[in-house]
Every structure is written in C-alpha cells, then in structure tokens.
Design a protein around this ligand. Structure first.
Ligand SMILES: *Cc1c(COP(=O)(O)O)cnc(C)c1O
Length: 411
C-alpha cells in the first residue's frame, strides 16, 4: 500500500464568490480589468493587517516587530507595512530610500547585508539609520565616516552565530559564512570599535529562514539569547539593541503545514525576565519577511494557449519564471515542487484534469505547475499562484527574454 500523496495546505485566506477568487474584495476578472494587463502581482491589504495582528497576538508586547523589506520592496506595500510594524530592515541603500520615504523614524530602520560600499554606509549614517556592520572593514569605514562627518553612527554588530536554525530553508548562520562577524571574533571587534571611539549599540543575530518547525525556532531563539548574554559581557557599553532574528516560514509545498506561533511566543515570554535583568536597556526585536507578506500576495497570469502534447495538457501563460522565479523552482530549491496554484475564475467545483502550467520562455525551466490536478481551463482563464507576496517580482530575472515587466498592485 502506498502512502497518500501529500497535498498543499488549503488556501483559505482569499475568499471565493461566484466561482471567482476575491483579492482585496475584488473578483479576480474585475481586478484584471482594473489592472489593465496580465500578468500581475496583487497584495491584499486586509491580509497584511491580519497577519501582523496575528504575530502581535502571540509575541510579548516588549518585542518589536520589524519587516525585512527585501521580501517585498514594492513602495506602496512598504508604506503600508510602515504603519503596522515597529521597524524596517533594509539590505541596500536603494531599500533604505524606500524605507525613509515611508516616514518611519530613521532610528527604527536598520541596514544589514554583506559588502556595503562606503557610499552606502555614509548614506545610512547621514540618515540616522542603524548600520549592522558585517565585518571589521565596515567598522573601520564607519569610524572614518564618524571622523569626517562628526555624526556618530548607530552601530550594531551583525553576528554569525555558532549554531543554525534547524530545518531552515536557506542557511544564513553557523559555520563559515559571508554574513556577520563570527561570534568568537566579536570580542576582538568590540575592542576595535572602542579603540576607534565607536559606540556599539547592540547585536543582530540571524540564524536562518523559512522554518515551519516551532521547536526549531524556539531552540534557535534560546541559543540566540545565550549568545547575546555572552556578547553583552564582552561589550564596553550597555546593550541597547538586540535583534533576535526571525526565520518564521510559510507553507509552500505539498505536505507542509502552517507554523504554530504559540510555543514561540510562550518561550519568548518565559525568557524575558532574564533578558530584562541582564540587559535592562535593550530594545528587543524580531525581523520577519515572508511570514508577514508572503501569504497576502498572488501572482496572476492569463492562459494564452492550451496544448496537448502526447497526451499531456499544457496551459501556456503570459507569465512565468521571468516574473516568478521561486514558483518555477529555480530560487534555491533543491528539488522542484509545485507552489499552490488555482484557476482564479473557476474556483467552484467542476470538471478537473491533470495539467501543467508553463510560461512563454524558451526553456523547460519555465514551469509554474507540473502535472497538477486543476479545473479544466482554457485560453483567457486566469492562473493564480498563491504564496507569492514575498521574493516574487524583485527576486526574478525580468530581463530574460525581453517580455513586458510585471505590474504590482496593493488592493
Ligand atoms: C532575508 C533576511 C530576513 C528575512 O527572511 P524571511 O525568510 O523572508 O523572513 C531576515 N533577516 C535577515 C538578516 C535577512 O537577510
């Protein structure tokens, strides 16, 4: 007997009316008319609001919630998020500009990422944003900027921890990494910063991303807190900023289940008394990207052609991997799996068939759904890729094959 095939977690966030998916309360065909073209990304404001409220309901109120805007840098979306979260984490001077334009106070912005150019460091210092130094070179560059401008940088050290978030989609901590200063090297860099007359405000410890296991996140957070307490002992100044990382995942593939925040919130609440006693001046924060925005977005593309090749049905759409690399399976996945996909104007029960959804690019990699069971669809129908609010447009090679750029709307 074979085990039941794993299925996608049900997509129930977007309501359905008269057989059509509603995004921002608008039936999808109507939204497509309003946008004026396919393909497009649509992000639902109400779902963004609900997700932030859900996180806040579980986290202790003392823990600030930051949005990692590289997950979705659309300016209107970042503006909306700025009204919901306590801080925005940026990864380039370009993102810093968008974050500053929201009006969020600069001390609630933080700039992390390897290889920051001196000009970008100067922009961040001039803005008054926190700069998360990832190397000794960045610390020395910040000291020069302080000497030249007379502005004290809001310096935080990004630490490469000596552990990693287990089962994490992308490993970004532990072992040899280009991110952050190795934890064991931190005391030396703290001494260097003191010698250069820089005040280190605190630490940023990010141990991984896209985890769906609450226990793994609880464990990584416990290790993060232990490491932060050790680093605080080596710091000549009181810790004012402690970013505990994030790593909350969303279910993309068959068999994956939504992350349970309750145990994470409980463990953080239990750790708070000790943190408050040891680091009384520290503002604690966590940083989330895809967890806040990923499930609030869909990618919508129209069927241009329907073909049958040696018995297999292919829907050829006007969108594909050039807009949505991750859904094609080419953004860090080891084994290609289907994102949840639907026919957005045929949501009611009806005839179903096994079909593949492919894009218009001349490469077999341009695959949005590989032999999925979907409603029988035809030219003109709207294919919806769920879980598309993060790492979509900005993480895709739009120039590849010179097709039109994808539109984004916030509804
Ligand atoms: C990319 C990144 C994040 C966001 O990761 P998600 O998986 O989208 O939550 C958070 N922190 C740092 C340092 C990052 O580089």
């Amino acid at each position: 007997m074979s085990a039941a095939r794993p299925v996608h977690a049900p997509q129930t966030l977007f309501p359905v009316a008269d057989g059509c998916l509603l995004v921002g309360g608008i039936p999808l065909p109507r939204l497509a008319q309003r946008v004026g073209a396919t393909p497009f990304y649509a992000y639902d404001r109400a779902l963004l609001d609900a997700r932030v409220a859900h996180v806040r309901a579980h986290l202790p109120p003392e823990i600030a919630l930051h949005f990692s805007m590289k997950a979705n840098p659309m300016p209107a979306l970042v503006q909306h998020m700025a009204g919901l979260v306590d801080g925005i984490d940026v990864a380039s001077a370009g993102e810093l500009k968008v974050a500053l334009d929201t009006g969020m106070a600069p001390e609630h912005l933080s700039f992390a990422g390897p290889g920051k150019r001196d000009a970008e460091l100067l922009q961040a210092v001039a803005a008054g944003a926190c700069v998360h130094a990832e190397s000794e070179r960045e610390v020395r560059a910040l000291a020069r900027i302080q000497a030249q401008t007379g502005i004290a940088p809001r310096l935080v050290l990004r630490i490469n921890p000596d552990f990693e978030l287990k089962g994490s989609g992308m490993r970004m901590g532990g072992g040899a990494k280009q991110f952050g200063i190795d934890a064991e090297d931190a005391p030396r860099v703290l001494a260097l910063a003191a010698e250069l007359e820089l005040e280190v405000l605190g630490f940023h410890i990010f141990s991984g991303s896209q985890s769906l296991k609450a226990e793994a996140i609880v464990q990584a957070q416990a290790q993060t807190i232990e490491l932060a307490l050790r680093l605080a002992e080596a710091s000549p100044h009181p810790v004012r900023i402690l970013n505990l990382g994030g790593g909350f995942g969303i279910p993309y593939f068959p068999g994956e289940q939504a992350l349970d925040l309750a145990p994470i919130g409980e463990a953080l609440a239990a750790a708070l008394p000790r943190l408050r006693a040891a680091l009384p001046q520290a503002q604690l924060s966590i940083e989330l990207g895809r967890y806040l925005v990923g499930e609030a977005g869909v990618y919508v593309t129209r069927v241009i052609d329907r073909k049958v090749s040696r018995g297999q049905v292919f829907l050829v759409t006007d969108g594909g991997l050039h807009h949505h690399l991750a859904a094609s399976g080419n953004f860090g996945q080891v084994i290609r799996k289907n994102y949840p996909v639907a026919i957005g104007n045929r949501m009611a029960d009806g005839e179903r068939e096994t079909l593949s959804v492919v894009g218009p690019l001349c490469t077999p990699l341009d695959l949005l759904a590989d032999q999925m069971e979907l409603p029988a669809a035809d030219v003109g129908d709207l294919v919806v890729v769920f879980q598309s609010g993060a790492y979509g447009r900005s993480a895709s090679p739009q120039g590849f094959l010179s097709h039109p750029e994808v539109v984004e709307v916030l509804v």
